[in-house]
Design a protein around this ligand. Structure first.
Ligand code: PAF
Length: 286
């Protein structure tokens, strides 16, 4: 369904004025935080948000404080006009696109650090990344006074970090997660995929294939360390330049799993292909 009525807010003041009006009218407000370069994974979050709430705010903000590498921040795709057209077509009510100065004005001095679940995995490979994520997500949720917020399961560790923060800080928002959306060949949708060459893009499908095969071996009771190491080796053999991690974690709390799992587990990986860092994860059946 489309609406011609999407508006764009660039400041906390303008966003709040709109949301406060909705709240006075008794409407429930959903937020979908994004960094733009939108794809159908994001739009699936928007569809879920529309189904659950009366009004939907989507934020587009390439958050500088969650990048540990200036080159990665500079290379992050910025496609605001195309994104706005997609969101208008998806029936979004407000696009919130603050500037960096609006989010982090001079003197800004607060960091939210979620211990435990933000350590290791992407947190190990990208120091400070989840401090930046937690800080900006907390700000966005409070700026939008959101009743619900929607996140994709592809960023599995991020979901744990956000849930822990919301619980610990008693934020009055419900966190909803949606399954990873995949391309026809199985590659998890990601804004980073568009940075791959045609050859790299064709090769990238190996990542979900290797993870799925490894998860099946683990579920069948194969030796865990052997299965994990052979999966890492398979990625390198397929042309990935390095593997930041490929690990099995408890799906409920991200605790390391060191033997054949007896509770829901998730196989998680981050690997580099053509200077692009791809992440993915699959469930391991028990
Ligand atoms: O997943 C993302 O795109 C970002 O980490 C988020 C949640 C929008 C925070 O900047």
């Amino acid at each position: 369904m489309t609406t011609a009525h999407m508006t764009t807010a660039h400041t906390v003041h303008d966003l709040r004025a709109q949301v406060m009006q909705w709240k006075r009218d008794g409407l429930r407000v959903a937020m979908v935080p994004t960094m733009g370069a939108l794809h159908d994974g994001h739009l699936s979050l928007v569809r879920a948000a529309r189904a659950a709430c009366d009004r939907v705010v989507v934020s587009i903000f390439v958050n500088p404080i969650q990048f540990d590498d200036a080159a990665d921040l500079a290379a992050y795709p910025r496609t605001l006009d195309a994104d706005a057209a997609l969101l208008r077509g998806a029936g979004v009510d407000v696009l919130y696109a603050p500037s960096a100065a609006e989010m982090y004005p001079p003197g800004f001095a607060t960091t939210i650090r979620v211990r435990g679940v933000s350590e290791g995995l992407c947190g190990g490979a990208r120091p400070g990344h989840f401090d930046g994520v937690a800080t900006v997500v907390c700000k966005l949720l409070m700026q939008a006074l959101a009743d619900c917020a929607f996140f994709g399961e592809k960023d599995f560790q991020q979901v744990h970090v956000v849930r822990r923060m919301v619980t610990d800080l008693n934020l009055p928002v419900e966190i909803v997660t949606c399954p990873t959306r995949r391309e026809d060949d199985g590659l998890a949708m990601s804004s980073r995929n568009r940075r791959l060459s045609a050859e790299g893009r064709a090769r990238a499908r190996i990542l979900p294939q290797v993870l799925t095969q490894c998860a099946e071996r683990i579920a069948a009771g194969d030796d865990l360390d052997t299965a994990l190491q052979q999966a890492r080796d398979a990625l390198i053999a397929a042309g990935f330049t390095s593997v930041d991690y490929l690990e099995l974690r408890d799906a409920r709390d991200l605790a390391p799993v060191t033997t054949t799992p007896t509770a829901p587990a998730r196989l998680l990986a981050a690997a580099w292909l053509e200077s692009v860092r791809l992440i993915d994860g699959v469930d391991v059946g028990v």
